[in-house]
Design a protein around this ligand. Structure first.
Ligand code: ATP
Ligand code: MG
Length: 348
């Protein structure tokens, strides 16, 4: 590395970012994944100052004093609160890139089918947060590269990405997406479904973070060999007093059925719309599951039962989207000449 390039940050220290509804990950060229934090920001409401970002802020969700609010600035994969997203990105980029004079080139992962306005918002948030140049890559494509699929070959491959706020299904061939579908259903909707069930069935109000914990502990998308149980503590909605109930994995499975079915339906509909030549390839290779939501117990088996295709969980479902985007960063000069990654549309 020459003194010149080190000093001015040319060619290296560029980064890829997976700005997710649940988690933001950063990959640094030549180093790999250097940051993985929840996409949460805690702010002081009176002064507007950022109080905490990431894991520290997530721990505050639902537990903040009146003057501080902890929020998630993304909804269903897209920016819902621009200012807070920009501050969160500035914080994360600053953490991995403390030298503010070497503005990095950034490859940003974006959900399928986002509008030009949403693309510009992502581009602007990155530029405001200190990027020199921003490229966009679609998440399923990045996920496929990260999972090691040979997507440049003339043989179709299928990826299902179940995130916190969206699920995306894509069939790819020759390095581009041929058929796809996305639904605004992800891991958060599963958490909400569990909380809703506990409230309606057991008349119990519990902390919002408990939904996700119960999903990890006893959640499933299909029958288990042995049912699991968990204790749930909360406030009785009738008496107003603290109460404990025992919840079974069977109950949680019934609560999760509707959102799980929505994801399964998106996969089936994508298969139905896939041209026969590509279907033949998918039959041979099956589908690869990425995104944290695909780690739900029994989810891969459920998709296999419903499609009769081989379903394979990626080695590292939570990081493979940013790893794929990072790999494209390693070849950025060549990719800038191709159309796999794109600059955000210019303002009209
Ligand atoms: N072991 C697990 N079982 C079930 N769900 C899990 C597990 N681990 C993580 N998750 C869920 O995965 C989701 C986060 O996944 P991921 O980080 O891929 O989402 P994201 O990329 O931030 O969201 P999106 O792509 O929708 O914007 C959360 O809803 C989390 O609860
Ligand atoms: Mg994601």
């Amino acid at each position: 590395m020459s003194f010149f390039s080190h000093r001015f940050g040319i060619g290296h220290r560029d980064i890829a970012i997976d700005l997710g509804t649940a988690n933001t990950l950063v990959y640094e060229r030549g180093r790999g994944v250097v940051l993985s934090e929840p996409s949460v920001v805690a702010m002081n409401e009176q002064t507007g100052a950022v109080h905490a970002v990431g894991l520290e802020a997530k721990r505050m969700l639902g537990r903040t004093p009146a003057s501080i609010s902890a929020t998630r600035p993304l909804r269903h994969g897209v920016i819902a609160d621009f200012d807070v997203t920009e501050r969160m990105l500035r914080h994360f980029i600053g953490t991995v890139h403390p030298n503010r004079f070497s503005r990095p080139t950034v490859v940003m992962c974006v959900p399928l089918g986002i509008t030009d306005v949403e693309k510009r918002a992502v581009d602007e948030a990155c530029m405001e947060a200190g990027a020199r140049k921003v490229h966009l890559i679609e998440e399923p494509l990045a996920g496929a590269i990260g999972a090691g699929l040979p997507i440049d070959e003339p043989s179709a491959r299928m990826v299902v990405d179940v995130g916190g706020g969206t699920s995306e299904v894509a069939v790819m061939t020759l390095g581009a997406i041929a058929v796809s579908q996305s639904v605004r259903v992800g891991g958060y909707d599963l958490d909400e479904a569990i909380l809703g069930y506990i409230k309606n069935r057991h008349r119990l109000a519990v902390g919002s973070g408990r939904g996700e914990e119960l999903k990890f502990e006893i959640g499933s998308a299909g029958p288990l060999e042995r049912e699991l149980y968990a204790e749930v503590r909360g406030r009785d909605l009738v008496s107003g007093l603290p109460k404990v109930v025992e919840l079974s994995s069977e109950e949680v499975r019934s609560a999760l059925e509707e959102p799980v079915r929505a994801i399964v339906t998106a996969v089936r509909e994508t298969l139905e719309r896939t041209p026969p030549e590509l279907s033949a390839d998918i039959m041979r290779h099956g589908m690869v599951l990425v995104g944290g939501g695909s780690l739900l117990r029994g989810f891969a088996e459920r998709l296999h039962d419903e499609t009769r295709l081989v379903t394979e969980l990626a080695d590292s479902p939570l990081t493979c989207v940013v790893e794929g985007a990072g790999r494209s960063l390693e070849e950025i000069e060549a990719l800038e000449r191709s159309d796999r990654i794109a600059r955000a549309p210019a303002r009209s």
